[in-house]
Write a protein that binds this ligand. Structure first.
Ligand SMILES: [Zn+2]
Length: 91
């Protein structure tokens, strides 16, 4: 596994979490979560309720697990959820 070929966010996750099962087994609770931008031609919608285009993919261990808007993707990296856990918390 040559981590130098990975995008920076993925490389950082691989360095922190290791690369065992990279690209085949991704678990949002067991692996380091990170995001990558997705092809802007993709027209998938974000699932967080914002009704915007999903511009980022949430990844763990080289496996794409969720697609979401940038805000929801960042939240997913932090909490493992694309939706806000509770109203009035943070943001
Ligand atoms: Zn969203």
């Amino acid at each position: 596994m040559d981590t130098s070929k990975l995008p920076p966010a993925a490389r950082s996750a691989a360095m922190r979490g290791g690369t065992e099962g990279w690209g085949s087994v991704g678990d949002s609770s067991a692996h380091v979560r990170y995001t990558v931008p997705v092809d802007p031609k993709s027209r998938r919608r974000c699932g967080c309720g914002c009704k915007r285009r999903a511009t980022h993919m949430g990844m763990a261990n080289g496996v794409g697990l969720v697609t979401a808007c940038e805000l929801a993707a960042r939240r997913w990296v932090k909490t493992g959820e694309t939706k806000a856990a509770q109203r009035g918390e943070g943001e």
